[in-house]
Design a protein around this ligand. Sequence first.
Ligand code: ARG
Length: 734
Amino acid sequence: MYKISLKISTLILAFVMLTGYTHADEGMWLPMLVKRLNEADMKANGLKLTAEEIYSVNNSSLKDAIFGLGYGDPSWNFCTSEAISSEGLLLTNHHCAFDMIQNHSTVDNDYLTDGFWAKTMAEELPNPGITASVLVKMEDVTERIKKALDGLSLDEQAKKLEEIKAEIIAEHTKDTHYKGYVKDFFYGNEYYLFVSEVFLDVRLVGAPPSSIGKFGGDTDNWMWPRHTGDFSLLRVYAGKDGKPAEYSTENVPLKPKHSLPVSMKGVQQGDFAMVFGFPGGTQRFKTSYGLDVDYAVTNPARIKLRERRLALMKEQMDVDAATRIAYASKYASISNYYKYFIGQNAGLKRLKTIDKKRKEEKEYQIWADASGNEAYSTSLSRLDKAYSSSVDYSLWSAYWQEAFLGSEIVEFGANFLQLQKTLEAGVNEENQEQVDAAIEKLKEATKEHFAEYNATIDQNVTGTLLGMFYTDIDKQYHPEIFGRVAGENGGDFNKYAKVIFDNSAFASEEKTMQLLENPNAEVMAKDPVVQLITSVVEAYYGKVRPQLMVANEEIASAMKDYVAGLLVKNKGKKYYPDANSTLRLSYGNIKDYSPKDGVKYQYFTTLEGVAEKYIPEDDEFDAPKELLEMQMAKDYGKYADKDGTLHVGFITNNDITGGNSGSPVINGNGELIGLAFDGNWEAMTGDLVFDEQYKRCINVDIRYVLFCIDKLAGASHLIDEMNLVTAGKGKKSK
Ligand code: ARG
C-alpha cells in the first residue's frame, strides 16, 4: 500500500462534513465517522438506530458484535463473523470456515461432504491459530503523526513514522491485553489508530454439507441468481476471566458486549440494509495507467497460470478421495480468484472502465494545471511513466507469485533457506538453542505440509508452471539456473521437475524429517529445490526488485499527490478511504437489477431454484435428499416467507469486497437479516470502481440459515441461544 505525507487530511474532513448528497450505496465508511458523515443520510434511508448505537467507545454498540477472523494479527482479517448469541456463537460463511472444516475431515469422517454439527459444547472443534478480534476503539492520529514528520527528509520520515506509530500504540494499550495498530488512509493523507481485543480460542460449531454451503460451486461463484447456503457457525471462547486465552478445556464461551438479534421478518425491495465488516482491499483511486497494466499484462498471466494449475489439481482430485479432501481448500481459493480475474477483465472491457477513467483524468489534468500546484499537475504523467517502466517487472512478479510460488515444493522448501544459511555460517554455543527451536518449528511445518499434499499434483504443477515461466518471461530476466536445466533436459521442464522430485529431500515427509534429524548445510545446498530457489531469488534481487521498487515508490508518491488533488478538486463530495482490512460500515437497500437489456433479476431466490438447479451426484449441483423432500412438501415452518416459499438468498446494493465475507446484513432496527457472501458478475470491476447500476452484494437470507440449522441439522439448541425477533413482537421471543 501507498505511504506517507499528509498535508491536506483535515481539510478533507472539514469539506466532507459540509457536504451534499452521496448515494447511499457507495462507500465503506469508518465507524467512528458515521455520526458526522452518514447518520442523517442513513436515517433518511430507514435507519432507526443512532450513530452511537452503531459505534460507541463507552457503551455497548453494534460494533461489539463484529469479529474479524484472522491468524493472530488483528490488522488483517481473512473474513468477518458476528456474534448471534450471548454465548459467543459466531456466524460466518461456509467458505470462510472451509479450511477449518477440511482440517477436521477425513475420508471416513468427511465433514466437507456431510456437514458437521456439534451436539454439545464439548463436541465443538478447536482451530489452533485462528483468532477472532473485536474493535475496542479507534482514533484519528493524523495530526500527531503529521507534526512528528514535519520537516524531515523522506528517509527520516519513514523511520520516524514507525517510531511514532509504536509510541502511539504503546500509549493506548498500556496495562491492557489489547493489541493496537496504526494504518494509513487516502494514500498516506490520514492515519488512524485501532485497538482490538484478540480472542485465541475459536471452535467449529456447525457447518452444512458442501451441497448446501457450496451449492453451485465455481459455476455459480461470483454470480446471481444464487442458491448457496454459504454459512457456518463458530464459537469464541475466553478464559474464566473473560479475557483472551489459548485453547483450553477450561475456557468458557465469551460473553460478547453485544450480539445481534435475529430478524424473522424477511426483507422487501427498498428496505434499508447495512453491512458491517472487514473489507480487505479496494483500489478505487487507481488510474487508467495502472488499470492498463492489470488488464493487458498481469490479469491475463494470472488467469492463464491458474487455469493450468487448477486443471492439473483436478485431474488427481477426481481419482482419489483423500486427495480431493486434501486439496479442496487450495483448489477453492485458487479458482475463486481465477474466476475473479476473468470477470474483472471482462468487466473492464464491457463497462469501458479504463476509458471512463481516462476521461476523468483529462478533467483532473485541466483542473490541476489551472490550480498552479505542481504536485497535482505532474502526478498523472508521473504515474504514466512509472507504470510504463514497471511492465516487465510486474509481469515477472505475477509469475513469481502464480508460477514459482504456485509450486508447493518451492513454497515449502523456501522455509528451509534460513536454516541452511545459519548452518553454513556455523552453529555454536550462542545460537545452538535458536537453531534447535528453528528445527522443531520446521518439523511442525513439515507435518502440516504433508498432511495436505499430493506429490504427483505438485510435480506436474512444478514442471508445467516453470516451463511457462521459461517461455513467457523475457530471457534477460531469467534466473541463471533456467539456462542450465533447460539445456540438461532438452528444454523440457517436466523432465526437470522429475529430477527435482527424484532428488529433493522436500519431496517426501520421510526425507524431509531425515534431513531435519541430521541437518547439514552442504547437503541442503545441493538440494535441487534449494538450488532452484536460490537462483530465482538471485534473479529477483538482481534483475527485478530494484527497478520494481523504484517504480512502486514513484507510484506511491504520485498517487499521494493525485489523490490529494482529487480530494481538493471535488471538495463537495464525501470520500471514503479504500478498504484496508479495517472495520467499515456500508449502507444501502435491498435492490433488484437488470444485468442486461431485456432481463430483470428479482431481489431474492427461493428453494425452488435449488430444485431447478439440482443435478444428482454432481460436484457442484447435488443437493441433500431431505432438503429436496422438504421443498416438495413446502414444509418450511416458521422460516417460510409470507409468500409461502423459503427464501434462500437476496441482494442489496451495499458496497463490499473480499474480507467482508461472513459480514452481517442488518436492518434499520439493528437486527440480522442476512449474511453477505459474494459479489456479482456484472460488477466484477467493483474493487476498482463502484458501478451504481450493477454493483450488488449477494447474501444468504437468515431464515434459510435458521432453517438449515433447525430442520436439516436438528440443532434447535443453537436456535434457542439466539434472540429471534418476529414481526409485531417487538424485540424478543425465544
Ligand atoms: N466469491 C466468494 C468470495 O470471494 C467465495 C466463494 C467461494 N466459493 C468457491 N466456489 N470458490 O467471497
